[in-house]
Design a protein around this ligand. Structure first.
Ligand SMILES: [Zn+2]
Length: 81
């Protein structure tokens, strides 16, 4: 899948923050994600934009992005990268 490979390559700026509640927030290209599910080394991160029902997800295996699903339906919050 060319598109998916392209999306994975676009993930070029990942930062980790802690939310006020102590949860880990992964910021990818200025979009914040929170952990949705976890199975051993594989973690699925979902976009934190619940208001817009954003479908964007990032699948990580350890420190590597293995898949990017969906598209953001909103602009990024603020430039963090
Ligand atoms: Zn989003």
């Amino acid at each position: 899948m060319l598109l998916r490979q392209l999306d994975v390559r676009l993930v070029n700026c990942i930062k980790y923050l802690k939310s006020r509640r102590g949860k880990v927030i992964m910021v990818v290209n200025t979009f914040p994600f929170c952990e949705e599910s976890k199975l051993r080394d594989k973690v699925i991160w979902r976009c934190t934009s619940k208001k817009t029902n954003c479908k964007a997800r990032i699948h990580m295996l350890g420190a590597n992005v293995v898949a990017v699903k969906g598209m953001h339906n909103h602009p990024p919050r603020k430039p963090l990268c």
